[in-house]
Design a protein around this ligand. Sequence first.
Ligand SMILES: Cc1cc2nc3c(=O)[nH]c(=O)nc-3n(C[C@H](O)[C@H](O)[C@H](O)COP(=O)(O)OP(=O)(O)OC[C@H]3O[C@@H](n4cnc5c(N)ncnc54)[C@H](O)[C@@H]3O)c2cc1C
Length: 425
Amino acid sequence: MKAALIDLKTERNRRIPNPDQIIIAGAGIAGLTLALALSAKGFHVQIFEKSAALAEIGAGLQLSPNATRLLGRLGAMEQLQYASVEPQAVCLQDGTSGGELLRLPIGEQATERWGAPYIVCHRADLQNTLLTLARSRPNIAIQLQSTVTQRKADSQGMLVRVQYHDRIEEHRGALLVGADGVWSNLRTAVSDADRARYTGMVAWRSSLGVDQLPESFKTLLPQGVNVVAWTGSNAHLIAYPIRSGQMINFVAVAPDHEAGNRWPVPVDPESPSQNFIREFASWHVGLRDVMRAGRPWTPWRLFEMKKCRFLTEERVVLIGDAAHAMTPYAAQGAAMAIEDACALAGALSADRAAWPSALARFSRARTKRISAVVRRGALNHLAYHAKGPVAVARNILLRNRPVEKFIEGFDWLYGFDAEERKEQV
Ligand SMILES: Cc1cc2nc3c(=O)[nH]c(=O)nc-3n(C[C@H](O)[C@H](O)[C@H](O)COP(=O)(O)OP(=O)(O)OC[C@H]3O[C@@H](n4cnc5c(N)ncnc54)[C@H](O)[C@@H]3O)c2cc1C
C-alpha cells in the first residue's frame, strides 16, 4: 500500500497512521535491505531517496557470509550471483617484496564453515539487485529525488516532511528509519558532536579490465581468483575481481596529501598536488605499475563515528552508516548495514505491541556487535599499516601461525546470524 499523501494545508494530522507503515529515509544498502526485510514480514514501506539515480562508479564490495546469509533469505543472492565472484582465498602479501604472507581459504570452505558464501561484487550490482526486488514488492513504494527534511512524532505516529524537486509533501508512518548514510540529517539533528569525523586517511579507488593489467603486476597475483591485500608502512592496497570477473577493483588506502578539496573528483595519482603514489615509492614495481595504469583514481576521505547510535528520539531509528559509519579496514560497513536491517525487521515484527522495548533490545544487541567489529577494523588497520619491527613481527606471525587458527578467529564475525534473537556478539 502506498503512503497517504497529505496535503499540507487541508489534511495535516487528520489521517490515522497505518501501524504497519514504516518510512525509510535513504535507499542505500541499509534502506533497501530494510525495505525487503520489512516487506517479507508484512509491513508496508515507503522509501524516500534524495538522489535521482542509484549508482556508484568504480567501487567494489566484499560481502562476507554474515551478510550473504541474510541477502540469500531475502532472495537477492540468486540475481547477485551472476554479477559477483566467489574468490577462493584472501591473500595477504608484502607490499615491498610482493611475496605472500598468508592465504586464507574462503571459497567453498566459507560456505561449509559459515553457512553462506564470501563474494565480491560491484556496489551498483548489489544496489540494483536490491532495488529490482524492492520494486517487485507491492508493499514497498520508492520515491527518488525526495529528501526527508523534517519529522515530528505526535499522538498519531510520525509525520515526515519530504522535499521533492518541485514540491513539498508530508507523509505519515508509525516509525521513521534513518538509513541516510554517513552524513545523516536525522543523526546530526540530535547533536553536532555526533557528526562523522575525518580520519586523515583516504581510500583511492580505481578499476581496470583484466586485459589492461600490466605484466609486472600479473606476476604478483597468487594462483586463482582471490582478494589480495598488499600491506606496507602506513598504506595498503587491495585488489579483487568484480563484474563477473571482467574487471579488477582496486582500493589503495594512504594518508591524506591534500585530497581533501577535490574529493570526490577523479584525479591523476601522479599530479603534483595529488601524488599519493609517493606513499608507495618503495613498493614492488608491479604494484607501482598498476597504480599508474589505474589512473584516474577517485579519492574517498575516510570518516568514522566515535559513537554508535541507533535510537535518537521517539519513533526514529538509525541504521547502517547513519548509526555507525566505520573505516573500511574490516570490510564490514555494508555487511553491518545489512545485519542492522534484518535485525530491526525481526525486532519490529516479533513485538508489534511493544516497539519501545523491542527497539531497546535491538539497540543493545547491535551496539555490542558493532563495537566488536569496529575493534577488529582498528586491529586490521594496525596490522596492515605496521612499519619497522612491528611489521617484521607481523610477517613472522602471519607466515608461521597455523591457517586454521586465523580461520577460527573469523567464526564470531562471519558465522553470526543477525536474525537470531540473542543479545550476543
Ligand atoms: C573505500 C571503502 C571501501 C568499502 N568496502 C566495503 C566492503 O568491502 N564491504 C563492506 O561491507 N563495506 C564496505 N564499505 C562500507 C560501505 O560502503 C558502507 O558502510 C555502506 O555503503 C553504507 O550503506 P548505507 O546504506 O548505510 O549508506 P549509503 O550507501 O551512504 O546510503 C545512504 C542513502 O541515503 C540517501 N539520503 C541521504 N540523506 C537523505 C535524506 N535526508 N532523505 C532521503 N535520502 C537521503 C543518500 O542519497 C544515499 O543513497 C566500504 C567503504 C569505503 C569508503
